[in-house]
Structures are given as C-alpha cells and as structure tokens.
Design a protein around this ligand. Structure first.
Ligand code: FES
Length: 146
C-alpha cells in the first residue's frame, strides 16, 4: 500500500475510533482523555502532599498537591486507570487549582460527573476514585501540617 494511502487509512481508523468513543462517553470526555490536563508527577520540591489510592475496580490514582496558606496552587495526577479516570483527574485538578482546601474537600463525585457532562453508568466510579484520592491527599497534608 503506498504511504499516502496508508496515512489516509490510519486517519480514517482513528476517526472511527474517536467517533465510537464519543458515542460511548461524550466529546468533552474523549478530548480530555486524549489530551489530559495536569498529568504527571511534579518535581519533589513542588509537592506538599501526595496520595495513591486503589479504587473499587482495582485501578489506582495518585494526586500531587502544592499547597500554600490553605490554597491549592497546583494539582497533578497520574493513573493506570481508564480514559474516564484520566478525564476525571484532569477535570478535578482544573477545578481545584487556585481554590481553598475547604472547597476541594466539599467536592463530590457528582460534581465531577456533571462537569464532565455525564459519565456512562459503568464509569461513575471513576469520578469517585478521583475525588477520594484527592481528599486522602488533603487529609494527609492536614495531618502532616497541623
Ligand atoms: Fe477503573 Fe475507570 S477507574 S474503570
């Protein structure tokens, strides 16, 4: 197969996969898991608190927070979980950056689900994993910084 035909074929396959995923999730979620926000572990001196947590499905998530005077200056995450979890981690980190610990502690899985314009029923727990991991990181910070 000539290479421009191959490129076209790959492009069509990618488009089909994207459309299938949009049907299963939604465009916003698919774009977030294809291009995650705040992904990755920051340098040690940029981390005030971190926590790793395993969700009900066996996937894990880690949050890294930089906190100053009760404000989350930076929030990052990594996960070995599904695309919905990557979208949930992206969404929640965007929602808490620049906000107080109290604001972050009040977030519920439904807030993330709503911000993501609705996770499929079999992926609601992915928002729960993101919220729980974030809250555990904050709890840890508070214990270490009474
Ligand atoms: Fe396990 Fe999403 S976190 S399926």
């Amino acid at each position: 197969m000539p290479s421009d035909n191959l490129d076209k074929w790959v492009e069509e396959i990618q488009k089909e996969i994207f459309e299938e995923e949009v049907k299963r999730y939604n465009k916003y979620i698919v774009e977030l898991f294809q291009d995650p926000k705040n992904w990755g572990k920051p340098p040690e001196d940029q981390i005030s608190a971190w926590h790793a947590y395993e969700g009900s499905c066996g996937d894990t998530m880690q949050f890294f927070l930089k906190i100053k005077e009760n404000i989350i200056e930076k929030a990052n995450f990594i996960t070995d979980g599904c695309g919905a979890t990557i979208a949930a981690g992206s969404q929640i980190t965007m929602m808490v950056e620049g906000k107080s610990l109290e604001f972050a502690e009040k977030l519920k899985p439904i807030d993330i689900d709503n911000a993501l314009q609705g996770l499929p029923d079999d992926h609601k727990h992915c928002a729960e994993l993101a919220v729980t991991t974030l809250k555990r990181a904050i709890e840890k910070y508070k214990i270490q910084n009474p």
